[in-house]
Design a protein around this ligand. Sequence first.
Ligand code: SF4
Ligand code: SF4
Length: 157
Amino acid sequence: MPPWYASGLEFECSQCGRCCTGEPGTVFVTEEEIQGLAGETGLTPEDFRARYTRVLGARETVLGEREDGSCVLHGGARGCLVYGARPRQCVSYPFWRKVVASRERWQAEAQNCPGIGQGTLRTPAEIANFADDDGTLSTQREKKSRGGRKGPENSGG
Ligand code: SF4
Ligand code: SF4
């Protein structure tokens, strides 16, 4: 059965930064992503980990947050300071599996992301590519077990 978004979905990031600031979020990072983020910031992976991440629960690593809840790598008017190496979870937003699970979820997410419903029509294949490996906790764990995969770039975050 074709997905509910068989006709595609419109999305264009307005670079508003809302998904990186405000309410605290949880951005999971893999070892591979930490290597890339460290390179982007000119730090060693160890230094990057110490300065910009924290451990969540028994074994997950997530990006740190400032006191106001914004991502520690968000540079205000400059946007994401690690855009070229931002984690898969940021690249795939808003096409997260839980967001594209239904039309209602997608429409509800538009309250958080003004880019939803705007601009470029994304194909069902493109959307499924993001959703199947969105970098959120559930797919991070799947990725570990199946070897990982990268998709096209998407949001500006
Ligand atoms: S993905 Fe959405 S919320 Fe995030 S910066 Fe782009 S338009 Fe704003
Ligand atoms: S896009 Fe950049 S600033 Fe925004 S949450 Fe991801 S890493 Fe942080």
